[in-house]
Design a protein around this ligand. Structure first.
Ligand SMILES: Nc1nc2c(c(=O)[nH]1)N[C@H]1C(S)=C(S)[C@@H](COP(=O)(O)OP(=O)(O)OC[C@H]3O[C@@H](n4cnc5c(=O)[nH]c(N)nc54)[C@H](O)[C@@H]3O)O[C@H]1N2
Ligand SMILES: Nc1nc2c(c(=O)[nH]1)N[C@H]1C(S)=C(S)[C@@H](COP(=O)(O)OP(=O)(O)OC[C@H]3O[C@@H](n4cnc5c(=O)[nH]c(N)nc54)[C@H](O)[C@@H]3O)O[C@H]1N2
Ligand SMILES: [Mo]
Length: 690
């Protein structure tokens, strides 16, 4: 080989389900990746990778990485497999799918995927085209972000917000229900820079997270009660005349109705529900409305409550009242994802018009219920899982697994590792790592568009998602050319857009530079003037649209869930060393996260006669798991914290926090109230001896 021994450099971008979309550089030698590091020139990710991607080559070359197709040779769930060829696997899938389609109808097939790979085409492209043509059941992918987005849209008509890099101009930053230092670490230097320039950093979180501990002020709100807190802030802001009347009269509807509503939310009236003193609420409201530019930064955490959408609807009213949107660094900054997607040629990429007829849509949250349902018509007969690990990540894990255990269900899982879901599969197919496929990665945490270029050949017989769907199409004898476009063709299609912010962002330029900033003026303020993209053209403090679907037209506290007396509210957030459930199948990441712990307030331990470090059974109405209890100053009385992501409890049994969580819908937006879980914690030995 002429390049033998030469070091080559390839630019890529992380496609993990994370807002940061880090730009990386891979060094390869003789077809092997020898080094991976953050691109130091990227203005947002600045050459820094996270605790996971810093060790990405270990993932690529991990001895447990799936390299060949496997067929189950033991009971479902046992993880016993034998190697088979791709041809045999494809033949089996096509034979089964054809039979299902003719006997039960195409809707008896359910493709299930999430954002395990959030690159544009590996997330959605040929898969969607094939599904449309086949007429299989569709999935509502709404477990992450959809609720928050809907909530924001109710007030401001879109999810568009402040450019995250502009936070340096903010003088009052509220990280509201987001653990920035763990889940969005590249925003933290921006926050720090703002602090150096004089900003105050406030964290609103029931848990004293790393981020809360690093802030200037931590407001330890009671879970789910942020709506009441924000309404009380509005009460103070209106009472004290801190309203930007000019902004409100030009750009908002329903100020009078809102004023009347929040008159019921005097700070004293919400201290019990929020756990925040009236004095602190007053102070928070006055600081927020007095120091500018002020910025609210929620991300996802808040949406995992029953009143999840309302959380975001209510927060979005604050910068409208104060006119914070006028100022650079003022307003609200959540996901930039929908914003980036809105600029791409998604119609061309997905070709949803290929659908010949209506196909039902199933909510991903309800997978367990739907798999176990005898009423669903047709019943789900075949399941194809990719980009997701539902046996761990979905609520009511017990039901999901009961569904996956069905003998008459044919399950195919495409992944990089034998996940807990894959253990229930009839066939497991190997997927490529991000070093092994091409993609464009829009970011939900900044304004750069990045190209992920393959650095090495696919390991073993692994294939990218796009290639999987080409192979499936071929096996099913489909002859539509749109099912066989190359990855590059797909990306070129997606980039065929005349959106002004995409001007100059072409495939060829991206191939050269790796990443490019959206094309907008440096001082870009989405809602400084000109209104909002709602049907009224204004921010809807009062919403006719919500009223028309039977919802409260005004911001309200929504349903704040509280458990039965004696139960504790369980919050299960993201961890440093796992990416959702990703990396939990790998040592040393598992070791770094350690044995499963539950953090409890000392009084809650003592009142149960428990000691720090002992094994406890954590029980909800749905299930129970074993953890080591820890006396922690990070949690308030009545609230407990456990990490989400690992697959095993403290006894090494394959069950985790979602064994306890209910598949309960959020108010609107179709998500799941993961954090409205109420548990009892009992000494493990006492129960064992019962
Ligand atoms: N290291 C790492 N990074 C990740 C991920 C990961 O698994 N690991 N996952 C990625 C994904 S998919 C996502 S969605 C994002 C999520 O990013 P975040 O939204 O930042 O993360 P969460 O852990 O879901 O929740 C954030 C915080 O919300 C708090 N919270 C819970 N209930 C309430 C409440 O009622 N009120 C308030 N004020 N706060 C509350 C939790 O205590 C938690 O600290 O992170 C992404 N980044
Ligand atoms: N209790 C509790 N539950 C939660 C949450 C919580 O905070 N608490 N968070 C929720 C949230 S916000 C989210 S986003 C979900 C996440 O839930 P899921 O979307 O199910 O995410 P993961 O568990 O990370 O599964 C992604 C899988 O995709 C695989 N993968 C990565 N790249 C590729 C690829 O290119 N091709 C294929 N075929 N596979 C690939 C990974 O190896 C991994 O196994 O969990 C939700 N569940
Ligand atoms: Mo997520």
């Amino acid at each position: 080989m002429s390049n033998s021994g030469l070091l080559q450099i390839v630019r890529g971008a992380c496609g993990h389900d994370c807002p940061d979309t880090c730009a990386w550089i891979a060094e390869t030698q003789d077809g092997v990746a020898v080094r991976l590091y953050g691109d130091p020139d990227h203005p947002f990710t600045r050459g820094v990778l996270c605790a996971k991607v810093n060790h990405y080559l270990e993932r690529v070359y991990h001895p447990d990485r799936l390299l060949y197709p496997l067929r189950r040779c033991g009971p479902k769930g046992s993880g016993q497999f034998q190697r088979i060829s791709w041809d045999a696997a494809l033949q089996e899938i096509s034979a089964r799918w054809r039979r299902d389609i003719s006997e039960y109808g195409a809707e008896s097939i359910l493709p299930f995927s999430s954002a395990g790979n959030q690159g544009l085409i590996q997330h959605s492209s040929l898969d969607q085209r094939l599904f449309s043509l086949l007429g299989v059941s569709r999935l509502e992918r709404n477990i992450c972000g959809a609720v928050a987005h809907e909530g924001l849209c109710a007030t401001q008509g879109s999810g568009v917000g402040v450019n995250p890099e502009d936070l340096v101009h903010s003088r009052y930053i509220v990280l509201w229900g987001t653990n920035t230092m763990v889940t969005n670490l590249h925003l933290w230097p921006v926050v720090e820079e703002a602090r150096r320039r004089g900003a105050k950093i406030v964290v609103v979180d029931p848990i004293r997270t790393r981020t809360a501990a690093a802030a200037d002020w931590h407001i330890a709100v009671r879970p789910g009660s942020d709506t009441a807190l924000a309404l009380a802030m509005m009460h103070v802001i209106i009472r004290e005349g801190r309203i930007d009347h000019d902004y409100v009269s030009r750009y908002a509807t329903g100020f009078e109705q809102l004023s009347e509503r929040v008159s019921q939310y005097a700070p004293e009236s919400v201290t019990e529900v929020t756990g925040v003193s009236a004095a602190d609420i007053e102070k928070f409201a006055l600081e927020y409305s007095g120091v500018g530019p002020s910025l609210l930064r929620p991300l996802i955490g808040l949406e995992h409550h029953r009143n999840g959408a309302m959380m975001f609807r209510v927060l979005a009213c604050l910068p409208v009242l104060t006119g914070a949107w006028r100022h650079r660094g003022g307003g609200l900054a959540r996901s930039t994802g929908a914003f980036q997607y809105s600029m791409l040629n998604m119609e061309g990429l997905l070709q949803l018009g290929l659908s010949q007829r209506f196909a039902r849509s199933l909510n991903m949250r309800d997978l367990g219920r739907d798999l176990c349902s005898t009423a669903l018509s047709p019943q789900i007969r075949s399941l194809l899982v990719y980009n997701s690990n539902p046996a761990v990540s979905l609520p009511n894990q017990h039901l999901v697994r009961a569904g996956l255990e069905r003998e008459d269900l044919f399950t195919v899982v495409h992944d990089l590792f034998v996940t807990e879901t894959a253990k229930f599969a009839d066939l497991v197919l190997p997927a490529t790592s991000q070093l092994e496929h091409l993609d464009l990665v829009p970011s939900w945490g900044h304004h750069y568009v990045s190209l992920n270029q393959p650095a090495i050949e696919p390991s073993g017989e692994s294939v990218a998602n796009t290639e999987l769907f080409r192979r499936l199409a071929r096996a099913l004898n489909r002859d539509e050319p749109c099912l066989y476009e190359s990855d590059e063709e797909l990306l070129r299609t997606a980039l065929q857009t005349d959106h002004p912010m995409m001007r100059g962002i072409t495939f060829d330029r991206l191939r050269q530079c790796g990443w490019l900033h959206l094309n907008h003026e440096e001082d870009w303020r989405p809602f400084a003037a000109g209104g909002f993209p709602t049907s009224s053209g204004r921010a809807e403090l009062w919403s006719g649209k919500l009223q028309s679907v039977g919802l409260d037209p005004l911001p309200s506290a929504g349903e704040i869930r509280r458990g039965a007396p004696g139960t504790l509210q369980l919050i299960s957030g993201k961890t440093l060393h796992f990416l959702n459930t990703g990396y939990s199948h790998q040592e040393p990441h598992r070791r770094r996260e350690g044995v499963l712990q539950i953090e409890m307030h000392r009084d809650d331990l003592e009142s149960r006669g428990l000691c720090d470090g002992e094994f406890v059974r954590v029980c909800s109405s749905l299930g129970e798991i074993v953890a080591v209890c820890r006396s922690s100053r990070s949690v308030q009385r009545g609230v407990v914290w456990m990490p989400f992501g690992g697959g095993q409890d403290a006894l090494g049994v394959s069950r985790h926090v979602n064994n306890l969580t209910p598949e309960e819908p959020t108010d609107w937006g179709g998500g799941s109230g993961f954090y409205d879980t109420f548990v009892e914690v009992l000494r493990a030995t006492a129960i064992v001896s019962e």
